[in-house]
Design a binder for this molecule. Structure first.
Ligand SMILES: Nc1ncnc2c1ncn2[C@@H]1O[C@H](COP(=O)(O)OP(=O)(O)OP(=O)(O)O)[C@@H](O)[C@H]1O
Length: 244
């Protein structure tokens, strides 16, 4: 379970987070939706302890990400930027490295790596250096790294950016599998269709604050709109920064 309470963060002159609060439950996919500059990336980076909030709390399984940083991180899988992979490593080496960083012993890590390679259907690319990988192959490697240690919570910042249809399907399938297994999945997106199709809960944020949280149906009901896209535009007051 992930919870943020009253998060504030000023970056330079910008109040990137301005009292943001929300909850993402286990066994659900929660989408973080907001226009450009709303503070989505800042919120996710704060949650992972990469940024320190000026005020407020970020909790992972009830653990404060600042005060109980190691324990909180082990309960969290962060989907990294797929373009930031170490080019010389193969997926097998890369995922194994992160499995051990997340506290798995050598034998456990080996078993976990084999399981995730098989689950993500990566056997054909497992022993090739990542250099030259396609976007889909990068996405699979990045996602496998995030979930190899079976964290309770998985956080993804715009995971479908730049993916083709097949890779997007694998991503969606994996997120749905993780949800069915009881994990808490939290991801940010601009893509309405994706959020509407995947998410149990949607957190709409703007200007560093929560506007409203609810299921896609609840947001449509609340605004009297037929689609999540129309509901979002009504809630935010603009269609800036969204993709249909
Ligand atoms: N390193 C930085 N330096 C200056 N301003 C920053 C920095 N990081 C974030 N900001 C500002 O903080 C605000 C929130 O940015 P953030 O990247 O969290 O938004 P976002 O919702 O992820 O946007 P997008 O959808 O465009 O990726 C923006 O106004 C942004 O310009």
């Amino acid at each position: 379970m992930i919870e943020v309470k009253g998060l504030k963060k000023k970056i330079g002159q910008v109040q990137a987070l301005d009292g943001l609060s929300f909850k993402a439950e286990n066994g659900q996919i929660t989408g973080l939706l907001g226009p450009n500059g709303a503070g989505k990336t800042t919120a996710l980076r704060t949650l992972f302890g990469l940024l320190k909030a000026d005020e407020g709390l970020a909790l992972v399984n009830g653990l404060d990400v600042q005060r109980q940083a190691m324990a909180a991180k082990r309960a969290l899988g962060l989907f990294p930027d797929p373009f930031g992979l170490y080019e010389r490593l193969t997926p097998r080496e890369y995922i194994h490295y992160f499995a051990t960083l997340n506290g798995l012993g050598s034998k456990q890590a080996h078993t976990a790596v084999e399981a995730v390679l098989s689950r993500m259907q990566m056997q054909d690319i497992a022993d090739r250096p990542c250099k030259g990988f396609s976007q889909g192959q990068r996405m699979k490697t990045a996602l496998a790294q995030a979930i190899v240690h079976q964290p309770d919570n998985i956080v993804l910042d715009e995971p479908s950016r730049g993916l083709d249809v097949m890779s997007t399907r694998i991503l969606r399938q994996t997120l749905n599998d993780l949800k069915r297994q009881g994990h808490c999945v939290l991801f940010s997106s601009h893509v309405m269709q994706e959020v509407a199709a995947l998410c149990d809960q949607v957190i709409v944020m703007a200007r560093g604050r929560l506007i409203v949280q609810g299921s896609p149906e609840e947001l449509c009901q609340l605004t009297g709109q037929a689609s999540l896209e129309e509901a979002f535009i009504q809630l935010i007051g603009t269609d800036e920064g969204i993709a249909a």
